[in-house]
Write a protein that binds this ligand. Structure first.
Ligand code: SAH
Length: 371
């Protein structure tokens, strides 16, 4: 179906969503309606361990309580506009988040794990030069319900396939939507909810330094940083938030983050763009930045999208770059593109949206990002 023929619904005016609500707030909610605090645990089990979002099925709640909850609250998941299956097993959901906006969620099965890649914003304001989401501009932050709803929805549809890892590498900059991302991360880790371990939840950021530092104390999950260039001059062009938080400041925050992470490294993502950032000289500069640090490098062959001005580096350049890092003792891997036949690969998530404003770096979105 051509993307533009999709009819997106209008924004839904809301009852209180219990989805994505922090455990403590859920307890408070039940106390406020004169119910026992353990109701919170019951609801969490239904939502996050059985993926049930219909009060009618919650058989350990009395029917008057179910009725009351249905009247007062919502457990709505974003409606699915489209499901796609790749030949390699990757799956993609296009989800309606109202007002002509759609987001994407991707599941990537591998022999030893199943990774769900989730979106944190409708669009993105960071305007990285090579990213399809950035090209679309920014619309709004997703709510905690919309972010966690992606996990509930995918988990339900994938049963018995299992989500073992969750990465915030879909649309948007998670650390520019800190207020809503943090409770989601807590629920992903909470044994009463999804119960994933810290190293199986990864926040990927283009470098919102103040929130990297905040995350270090709030919730020390795995961190991936989209570096993509070894000098400020080049990074200013490719990842414009570098003009606000340049490389030295970014790396400093990374090493501080790593201090709280008993022997776990930070992953540095580096998209290889033909003739732009992929020479052996660039690789040597990268070595100087990362050598003897708690760092590993994930090289990402560029995934093209229709409007992009870049090309993927040729294989010999990828090999030479990788070899230079390895010879210098860095841990480096090359990411194999997954789901590229359904445009589910890194940086190809555009959400097929219309009427999206282009909000640029430096506009209110970044300045006002919540804390
Ligand atoms: N905003 C976050 C998460 C988004 S994307 C961040 O910047 O980290 C996840 C990764 O895909 C990032 O490293 C991003 O730079 C990379 N990426 C974006 N566009 C890409 C493309 N066209 N090809 C390959 N990787 C891309």
């Amino acid at each position: 179906m051509p993307a533009d023929s999709l009819t997106l619904s209008q924004p839904r005016l809301g009852k209180l969503s219990l989805l994505g609500l922090p455990a403590a707030n859920l307890v408070e909610f039940f106390e406020n309606i004169d119910e026992k605090p353990y109701r919170a645990r019951q609801i969490m089990r239904w939502l996050y361990q059985r993926y049930v979002t219909d009060y009618g099925e919650m058989t350990d709640l009395s029917s008057p309580l179910r009725k009351q909850l249905a009247e007062m609250t919502s457990l709505a998941l974003p409606p699915v506009l489209k499901r796609e299956h790749s030949d390699d097993g990757t799956r993609k959901w296009l989800l309606d988040v109202g007002a002509n906006q759609a987001i994407e969620t991707v599941y990537i099965p591998e022999p030893d794990r199943g990774t769900l890649c989730i979106s944190s914003q409708a669009g993105c304001a960071l305007d990285c030069a090579f990213c399809a989401t950035g090209y679309q501009g920014f619309n709004r932050n997703l709510t905690a319900a919309e972010i966690l709803g992606q996990v509930v929805l995918a988990a339900r549809e994938l049963t018995p396939a299992k989500i073992t890892n969750v990465v915030f590498m879909g649309m948007g900059e998670p650390l520019a939507n800190y207020r809503n991302v943090l409770p989601v991360v807590h629920l992903l880790l909470d044994d009463q909810a999804f119960g994933l371990s810290r190293r199986r939840v990864t926040i990927s950021t283009a470098g919102v330094v103040p929130h990297i530092l905040k995350l270090a104390t709030d919730c020390n999950v795995a961190l991936a940083v989209s570096l993509h260039a070894p000098t400020d001059e080049l990074r200013d062009r490719l990842v414009p938030i570098n003009k606000v938080h340049p490389i030295a400041e970014l790396l400093d925050s990374c090493w501080k983050y790593a201090e709280g992470q008993a022997s776990r490294s930070i992953t540095f993502e580096y998209v290889l763009l033909d003739g732009v950032n992929d020479s052996v000289a660039h690789a040597r500069q990268l070595v100087k930045l990362l050598r003897n640090k708690p760092a590993k490098v994930n090289l990402i062959p560029f995934n093209a999208f229709p409007e992009s001005e870049f090309r993927c580096s040729p294989q010999p350049a990828i090999d030479a770059f990788w070899q230079t890092l390895r010879n210098a003792g860095l841990i480096a891997t090359v990411r194999r593109p997954r789901g590229d036949d359904i445009a589910a690969a890194c940086g190809q998530l555009a959400g097929r949206v219309r009427d999206r404003q282009r909000v640029r770096l430096g506009d209110r979105v970044i300045g006002a990002s919540s804390s």
